[in-house]
Design a protein around this ligand. Structure first.
Ligand SMILES: [Zn+2]
Ligand SMILES: [Zn+2]
Length: 396
C-alpha cells in the first residue's frame, strides 16, 4: 500500500504542482477510492484567475471522479475492488433535501441564503460565525477534518475519501471514461432535463455551450427532443452537431429570435430552454427563447466579473407563465437512470465527441490551457499517471 497521496495544487495563477501528502484516513461512514479519472470542471478558471470556490483552496481542487474502492471501515456495505462514480459534497443525510434524494450540493447544511444575502454585505461574515467558510458543513473541505486526514477530500488526488452515500457502484461493462461523465456534464444536466420533463419531439434550446451544454444536448437527444443550439464558437458548434444537435442559431444574428420562432412554429418559442454559460448575454436570450408556459433551466454559474441580470418579472415570467429554475448537481434519485443512460451505445458515441482531451495529472497545466482555449469539451486527468495517450483525443 502506498503511504503517500499525490495531490494537485495551484499555488498561483497559471502554475500547477504535484504535492506529496500523507496517505488519507477514513472513519466509519466514509470510504477511500483509488482515483482512476478526475475530470476537470471549473478548475481551469481557478488556474487562470485564482478565484476559489467557497470550500476550496490552492491545495484542494477538483470534485469529480471515478475509481476503485481501496479501503472501507468494518461493517461497510461497500467492498474493496468495487468500481464507483464519486459525487460531490458531504451532505447531512437528515434534512428534507437529503431525505427526498435531491442534489447533495443543495443540502440544507450549506447556508447559501446567508452566504449570498445581497441586502447585507456583512452577511457572509455573520453566517460563518467564526468558522472559516471553507469548513462549512456540506462542502468538501470538511471531509478531511471529519476523518482526521491530511489529504483526500477533493478530486485531484490519487486517493480520495468521501461519504459512502456519495459513491455509486457501476456495472463491469461500463468503462470508466463514460462513467466519469456522471458528474458535471451528462450527470448534472440529466437532472435539469428530467425535472423539466423533456420528451420526444419537444423543442429544446441550449444556450451558451461548453461541456455542460454538450451534456444537455446529449440528454435532450437521448429523450428524442428537437435540439436548437444557441452558440457562436465554430469548434463547439461543429462538436454540437456531432452530438446530435439539429439546428444551430448564432445569437449575434439580428434575427436570432425570429429563427427560433420559425423553427418552433405556432409555439413561438422552445418548450424548454437550458442556459449553460452563466453569462447574462445568454441568460437574457434564454428567457426570450422560451414559449409561453415553457421551462427555463439555469446550469451556468460562477462567471467572473459578470453583473447580475436585471429582469422584469412581470414581463418576462409572469405575463408569459414561464417556469424558471436551476441547479448544479445530480439528484440522488436520478443516479440509477443516469448510469443506465451512460450504458447506451448511442450516448457513448455522442460522448466520444464530448471527451476531447486526456492528460496525466502532472500535465494539468496543459489540460487547463486546453480548457481555456475554448476548443475543448470534457477533459480528463489521470492521477496515477497512466493516461493512455496525453493530449487531444484523435476523433476530435
Ligand atoms: Zn442534508
Ligand atoms: Zn463539476
Amino acid at each position: 500500500m502506498s503511504n503517500t497521496n499525490t495531490v494537485l495544487t495551484i499555488p498561483e495563477p497559471r502554475k500547477v504542482a504535484l504535492k506529496r501528502m500523507p496517505y488519507p484516513k477514513i472513519v466509519p461512514g466514509y470510504v477511500m477510492v483509488k482515483v482512476e479519472i478526475a475530470p476537470i470542471c471549473i478548475e481551469h478558471q481557478v488556474y487562470k484567475a485564482h478565484r476559489m470556490e467557497w470550500h476550496s483552496d490552492c491545495d484542494h481542487q477538483g470534485h469529480e471522479g471515478v475509481g476503485i474502492i481501496c479501503e472501507v471501515t468494518p461493517g461497510s456495505k461497500l467492498k474493496i475492488g468495487e468500481r464507483v462514480v464519486m459525487y460531490q459534497g458531504d451532505p447531512c443525510g437528515e434534512c428534507f433535501v437529503c431525505q427526498r434524494q435531491l442534489s447533495p450540493t443543495h443540502c440544507m447544511s450549506i447556508p447559501y441564503e446567508e452566504l449570498t444575502d445581497t441586502q447585507r454585505p456583512d452577511a457572509k461574515i455573520d453566517a460563518l460565525g467564526g468558522i472559516e467558510a471553507q469548513y462549512m458543513p456540506g462542502g468538501l473541505r470538511i471531509i478531511e477534518k471529519k476523518c482526521d486526514s491530511e489529504s483526500g477530500g477533493f478530486g485531484f488526488v490519487q486517493y480520495r475519501i468521501l461519504q459512502e452515500c456519495m459513491v455509486q457502484k457501476i456495472p463491469d461493462s461500463l468503462p470508466f471514461r463514460y462513467a466519469a461523465l456522471a458528474n458535471c456534464s451528462i450527470g448534472c444536466t440529466y437532472t435539469g432535463i428530467e425535472e423539466c420533463g423533456v420528451k420526444k419531439d419537444d423543442w429544446v434550446v441550449i444556450a451558451g455551450v461548453g461541456f455542460i451544454g454538450f451534456g444537455a444536448i446529449i440528454n435532450a437527444k437521448y429523450r428524442g427532443a428537437n435540439v436548437i443550439v444557441l452558440g457562436r464558437n465554430d469548434f463547439r458548434m461543429a462538436q454540437a452537431r456531432r452530438m446530435g444537435a439539429d439546428h444551430i442559431v448564432n445569437p449575434d444574428d439580428p434575427d436570432w429570435l425570429e429563427q427560433i420562432h420559425a423553427l418552433t412554429g405556432y409555439l413561438k418559442g422552445a418548450d424548454h430552454v437550458f442556459e449553460a454559460s452563466g453569462y447574462p448575454y445568454y441568460q437574457n436570450k434564454a428567457l426570450a427563447a422560451v414559449r409561453r408556459f415553457g421551462n427555463v433551466w439555469l446550469y451556468g454559474f460562477l462567471v467572473e466579473d459578470s453583473e447580475p441580470l436585471p429582469i422584469r418579472l412581470l414581463d418576462v415570467i409572469h405575463n408569459r407563465g414561464v417556469h424558471l429554475s436551476g441547479n448544479h448537481d445530480v439528484h440522488v434519485k436520478h443516479r440509477e437512470g443516469l448510469i443506465k443512460m451512460l450504458q447506451n451505445p448511442q450516448v457513448q458515441a455522442w460522448a466520444d465527441h464530448l471527451i476531447t482531451h486526456e492528460y496525466n495529472m502532472s500535465e494539468a497545466a496543459e489540460a487547463f490551457e486546453a480548457a481555456l482555449s475554448k476548443k475543448a469539451g470534457k477533459i480528463f486527468l489521470y492521477p496515477h499517471e497512466n493516461c493512455p495517450k496525453s493530449g487531444p483525443i484523435k476523433n476530435v
